[in-house]
Design a protein around this ligand. Structure first.
Ligand SMILES: Nc1ncnc2c1ncn2[C@@H]1O[C@H](COP(=O)(O)OP(=O)(O)OP(=O)(O)O)[C@@H](O)[C@H]1O
Ligand SMILES: [Mg+2]
Length: 359
């Protein structure tokens, strides 16, 4: 096993990708390593031509993934939108891994991102010695993706300033980037495209300009609406993550996941599952990703401090962390939920006690 915490998707799933590539003899968009059908099998799981089992990466609506993949084969870029923890970054990485076998051309956009980090920068020693020249130019991931005909990933696009965002307009519509200092330009090779992610919950973001929006096809990733589906996602990811961290997974994990998710989903929806009681909702998004993190945190606590036994106590401390983002309001929301809902449920007695204690 490698001593790296995490490898890029194309390395982790190299054998699946190789199996899909070898049996993939249908036409592909130019520059693509896999056909759109094979990319979809990689994302949603299935079987490669040689019988290799391909694990599902995204669990959810097939149509959404079809639209995402089809968009990347056109001249429009893809924007994955959704609340935090709906697998936007995850899908973006797997798309780049499957289509280009390279998910590493990534720009993390922040309020401090400037044009030099999006287009190209300069090596100042070289710039002083030789003046503006090819050697003094420092390419960004976007620049390299254009040169090599690959996919560039822009994480949290709306976090960077609108003026910087707009440098993408020429790149996306003309498929070229002028380099005024050298009186030249870089032209994108076939295959080049952009996958951006943005979440629609954050405050302090910069809305995309209408001009830029038009160059993106937006795919909104929803929270799973079905309990069983969400439980399956959490169970699968918890298994994978626990494996990576060498944490044993006790037998009762599936039951506890169902209980944690019941609580998360009721608080998220602002109503009990039977629809009889309305509830106040906490300020956080209580997404699937947070349920995954809660259970993995619980497993770690169980392994190191409770002889590997996973109980409500180990999970409760992590649940409070996910639910109470605002120490005053969210605490009151959880307290009310405990007293009006959880107290009356016999199979949640341990959670009622443990959450009350952890709060
Ligand atoms: N529908 C889903 N199918 C598979 N995995 C999912 C799904 N929803 C969430 N996950 C899991 O949630 C985790 C977090 O997802 P990710 O980091 O991609 O979220 P995000 O939408 O980018 O959030 P943020 O806006 O905070 O960046 C991933 O490990 C992913 O496996
Ligand atoms: Mg993300």
């Amino acid at each position: 096993m490698s001593d790296l915490l995490r490898l890029p998707a194309e390395q982790t799933y190299a054998s699946e990708l190789a199996a899909l590539t070898s049996g993939d003899d249908v036409p592909k968009p130019e520059g693509w390593k896999l056909s759109p059908q094979a990319v979809l099998t990689y994302l949603l799981g299935g079987k490669a031509a040689d019988g290799t089992i391909v694990s599902p990466k995204y669990v959810g609506n097939r149509r959404l993934m079809e639209t995402a993949v089809a968009t990347l084969a056109t001249d429009r870029a893809l924007l994955l939108l959704g609340v935090p923890g709906t697998a936007k970054s995850w899908v973006s990485e797997h798309l780049a891994a499957a289509i280009m076998n390279d998910s590493t051309m990534l720009i993390q956009c922040t309020a401090g991102t400037d044009e030099n980090q999006v287009r190209y920068g300069w090596n100042y020693a070289q710039l002083l010695a030789k003046g503006p020249s090819e050697e003094a130019l420092v390419p960004t991931p976007l620049y390299r993706a254009m040169q090599q005909g690959k996919l560039c990933r822009l994480e949290e696009l709306t976090r960077m300033g609108s003026d910087v965002q707009d440098t993408l307009i020429t790149v996306l519509s003309e498929k070229m980037m002028p380099i005024a200092e050298l009186n030249s330009a870089v032209y994108a090779r076939r295959g080049f495209n952009v996958i951006a992610t943005a979440n629609n919950r954050d405050k302090g973001v910069n809305e995309l300009s209408a001009a830029l929006k038009r160059r993106f096809n937006v795919v909104v990733l929803p929270l799973p609406d079905d309990m069983d589906e969400e439980a399956a996602i959490v169970a699968r990811r918890v298994d994978e993550m626990a494996g990576g961290l060498s944490l044993p997974v006790p037998r009762n994990v599936r039951e506890e996941i169902t209980r944690v998710l019941t609580i998360f989903r009721e608080l998220r929806a602002g109503a009990t599952a039977d629809g009889k009681t309305t509830l106040k909702t906490p300020s956080g998004s209580l997404s699937t990703a947070e349920a995954i993190a809660t259970v993995v945190g619980g497993l770690s606590q169980a392994m190191w401090f409770n002889d590997g036994r996973l109980t409500a106590r180990e999970l409760a401390a992590n649940m409070v962390g996910a639910i109470v983002k605002d120490p005053v309001q969210d605490k009151a929301v959880l307290e009310e939920y405990l007293e009006t809902v959880l107290k009356k449920r016999r199979d949640f007695a341990a959670y009622y006690a443990a959450l009350g204690e952890a709060l």
